[in-house]
Design a protein. Structure first.
Length: 574
């Protein structure tokens, strides 16, 4: 399929002021065969007892928190002698699922760390368990515990025993090791799953890569800081357990991915939204060095306010004063308490539970580290969607110019006049588009520009994209998350609970994005057959490649808005 797109140059450099049943849409794998063995299935009894035994399926809309379950059975049986698809990992042998099309084998539900249960709740991930025999790698492990109101963001059932990853690799692997792409899903650090059908890695693996998707702890279970937890930690810090999980998964990849045909020296981390935010934080996390060679960040929330350890600990105390008592609570109770906690009133406040500048794993705010050049210098591909804030704006109750003006004033204290000029609406009809700009600027676009300027300053190879394809043909620009199925080549999968139609134009854009992503993973440059002339950023230019035919949103008015945000944040940091 030909790859389409075009690039635009833009002089935009100004140094910053701060220097289950199976999912059903498995890209040809759902009707596959067990590769390497078969055997009996049995549930992990203690885990099923700890959270209940009813299955929570993605297709059931009325999900109760009391039905959190484990869908992570250990299934063992004899492997066929000499099976090329039974892979030896450090934990034991695992048999994958060979697809009926594409020549790809999937290995699902591989534990990369110890189940974080009981005394291991709110602790760094421990070593993964070992098993005897051949593990059944045809079923996904459980999703991490999360609120039940968005089942369309999950892959299946939920459990605290959720630290699993999935691997897709070409069935007939060449002698040379393949590039590796490790995916961290989005969802605000509260929702999501590495086993969602949209993240099926078969299509990308079919392009000559080994694809890994990862579950990590979410919400309070993954990111709660607390004075009691800090007191028992050797680093005197707490929180960021979900980020620790991601780093543990990357260490597992370094130790094991060669068995799947992957090259541990060519690992690309890629993620969207909060997953991309985690990657931007990894880049300033000293302990992540050497775990990856390139980074792709889709709709990244970089350079935004992140809570300090003290702020996060105060938030954690709202959950409960005693850590021992909190460790004894059912996961469902913690999810219920999370829903009652205060949320950030405006977009310029830190979001909790979420990443924390804890002084240990994350030594200092990302903007300080980036400004000082103290980050991992690897090639970067970064971008956003043309209407990132459109979906969020439609859900906000603000509907009048007066309401908008009040919200803008609360968002930019001390900068009310400049912000009011940058984000003004004269009529009710203009309110939602302005809110969309405000949300997209604060969450994604401003930070992307600031990051790219620093990468250009430091000579780090970096490419910028905008996804602007109109999939529905209704003239609307794509909102947050709309690019995911195009990157993974999973256009037939359910997205936000819906199966959307697609045609040849959609397949062309998907081929362009999947091709660019895998070429970048292979060589550090997204250019190649069907896509040439996409230039990296320089201190004087920020070229942008647009996937689709919509606008790139890089105009003088947008840059003026971003200057307001930059000056506001600079004032807040001093």
């Amino acid at each position: 399929m030909p790859e389409q797109g075009f690039w635009r140059g833009n002089a935009d450099i100004r140094l910053p002021a701060f220097a289950k049943p199976e999912h059903g849409a498995e890209s040809g794998l759902r009707h596959g065969r067990l590769a390497g063995g078969n055997g009996r299935r049995r549930r992990a009894g203690p885990l099923a007892r700890s959270l209940g035994k009813e299955s929570v399926m993605r297709t059931i809309p009325a999900v109760l928190l009391s039905t959190l379950v484990s869908l992570s059975p250990f299934t063992f049986g004899p492997a066929r002698a000499g099976s090329a698809d039974a892979v030896q990992t450090e934990g034991g042998r695992i048999a994958g699922l060979a697809g009926t099309a594409g020549g790809v084998v999937a290995f699902r539900g591989i534990p990369y760390a110890a189940p974080p249960l009981g005394a291991l709740r709110w602790r760094p991930p421990g070593p993964a368990p070992h098993w005897k025999g051949v593990r059944d790698g045809t079923r996904f492990g459980a999703d991490c515990v999360q609120p039940a109101e968005y089942p369309e963001l999950r892959g299946g059932g939920m459990s605290e025993d959720c630290l699993f990853l999935n691997v897709w690799t070409p069935a007939h692997r060449p002698q040379a090791r393949l590039p590796v792409m490790v995916w961290f899903h989005g969802g605000g650090f509260r929702y999501g799953s590495g086993s969602h059908p949209s993240y099926d890695g078969a299509a990308l693996a079919g392009r000559g890569a080994v694809v890994v998707t990862v579950n990590y702890r979410l919400g309070l279970l993954g990111f709660m800081a607390h004075p009691g937890l800090s007191a028992e930690s050797p680093t005197h810090a707490s929180g960021n357990y979900g980020l620790m999980d991601m780093l543990a998964a990357l260490r597992w990849v370094q130790r094991n991915i060669a068995a799947f045909g992957g090259d541990p020296a060519r690992v690309t981390v890629f993620g969207q939204s909060s997953g991309a935010h985690a990657i931007s934080t990894m880049l300033v996390t000293p302990s992540s060095r050497g775990l990856y060679a390139r980074a792709i960040m889709q709709s990244v929330g970089v350079m935004r306010p992140v809570a300090s350890l003290a702020q996060a600990e105060r938030f954690g105390e709202l959950v409960g004063p005693d850590v021992a008592a909190l460790r004894g609570l059912p996961a469902a109770e913690l999810v219920a308490r999370q829903k009652s906690l205060p949320r950030a009133a405006v977009l310029t406040e830190p979001a909790l539970p979420g990443l924390t500048v804890d002084g240990a794993l994350v030594p200092r705010p990302d903007y300080e580290a980036y400004a000082a050049g103290d980050y991992v210098h690897v090639p970067v591909l970064v971008g956003s969607n043309a209407d990132e804030g459109g979906g969020a704006a439609r859900k906000m109750a603000i509907a009048t110019p007066a309401g908008l003006a009040d919200y803008v004033a609360r968002t930019f204290p001390g900068f009310e006049a400049r912000a009011a000029q940058a984000y003004a609406a004269a009529t009710d009809a203009e309110v939602k588009p302005v809110l969309s700009d405000l949300y997209g600027d604060l969450q994604f676009r401003y930070g992307t520009r600031a990051l790219l300027r620093i990468l250009a300053r430091d000579g780090v190879p970096a490419w910028r994209y905008v996804y602007a394809h109109d999939r529905n043909g209704d003239g609307k620009l794509p909102v947050h998350g709309a690019e995911l199925q195009f990157v993974f080549g999973t256009l037939a999968a359910s997205h936000r609970g819906q199966h959307k139609p697609y045609g040849a134009a959609d397949e062309q854009v998907s081929a362009a994005m999947g091709g660019a992503w895998t070429r970048f993973a292979a060589s550090g440059d997204p250019n190649g057959a069907g896509l040439k002339g996409w230039r990296p950023v320089t201190p004087g230019q920020t070229p942008v490649h647009v996937f689709g035919k919509g606008p790139d949103r890089l105009d003088a008015q947008a840059r003026a808005r971003w200057d307001v945000i930059e000056d506001f944040y600079a004032a807040q940091r001093h």
